[in-house]
Design a protein around this ligand. Sequence first.
Ligand SMILES: Nc1ncnc2c1ncn2[C@@H]1O[C@H](COP(=O)(O)OP(=O)(O)O)[C@@H](O)[C@H]1O
Ligand SMILES: [Mg+2]
Length: 264
Amino acid sequence: MNSGTPVFEFRKVSAYRGGTKVFDGIDLCIERGANTAILGPNGSGKSTLIKLLTREIYSVHSPESSLLVYGRDRWNVEELRSRMGIVSNDLQQDYGRHARGREVILSGYYSSIDIWPHQQFTPVELAQAEALMQELGIADLAERKYGKMSTGQQRRFLLGRALVHAPEALLLDEPTSGLDLSATFQYIDTVRRLMQSGTQLILVTHHLHEIPPEISRVVFIRDGRIVAEGEKSALLTSVRVSALFDCPVEVVERNGFYQAVPGE
Ligand SMILES: Nc1ncnc2c1ncn2[C@@H]1O[C@H](COP(=O)(O)OP(=O)(O)O)[C@@H](O)[C@H]1O
Ligand SMILES: [Mg+2]
């Protein structure tokens, strides 16, 4: 389903991190409705791409360049949250250790880190936070301090924080890295349910195994360039994945999931 305005569209976008030019005129369009994985090795620019969307960094200004999010070149991050929920690894690192589980979820309403005395929550918002914790299987951790949760528990709370606005799209950065098998499977299962109920997933990763069957499009990124994009089945082949990661990889598919094993 490609309906109208893309989720985001980069046209000739250049961006620096410190003194490094990560993107030199990159073009990338993520259509509405297409569950997409952006796959690339370490250092290829995946986190930089997310930071451009969250405006933690800005692209180099030039007349031919534009970066549109839902068709707009000016957006504020708070406003965007209701359309696109973003869970990045940096957020997980930076989130306040002392906030309790319930407060992590509620902080989504203000896009804040922790909640603050001046912030008011309506009975509906409070009830939604409880319902989300139930749905994500973390209700028993509502009083637990964030700093005392496991990586997997923290990530579920941050997902809940992104979901308070019931966003149209979710952008997840390496969502299962650092999680054990059971936490990984649980997380993938939750994300699959969200896709099945109509949330668009945009997944940024270097792990093939976290690409669920519902993902239909794949974008390959390498050295700050989009090197391929298309249907998942055409891209996730041994030859193409080996070229992307610059090492011999055998790609194995099972039940709609993919794994990479060392190739010949
Ligand atoms: N703060 C920084 N200062 C300088 N270079 C950086 C900084 N952060 C990232 N880079 C460089 O930018 C490039 C892209 O990094 P990043 O977007 O984090 O890649 P990925 O998320 O795909 O691993 C890498 O070459 C990395 O070394
Ligand atoms: Mg990264």
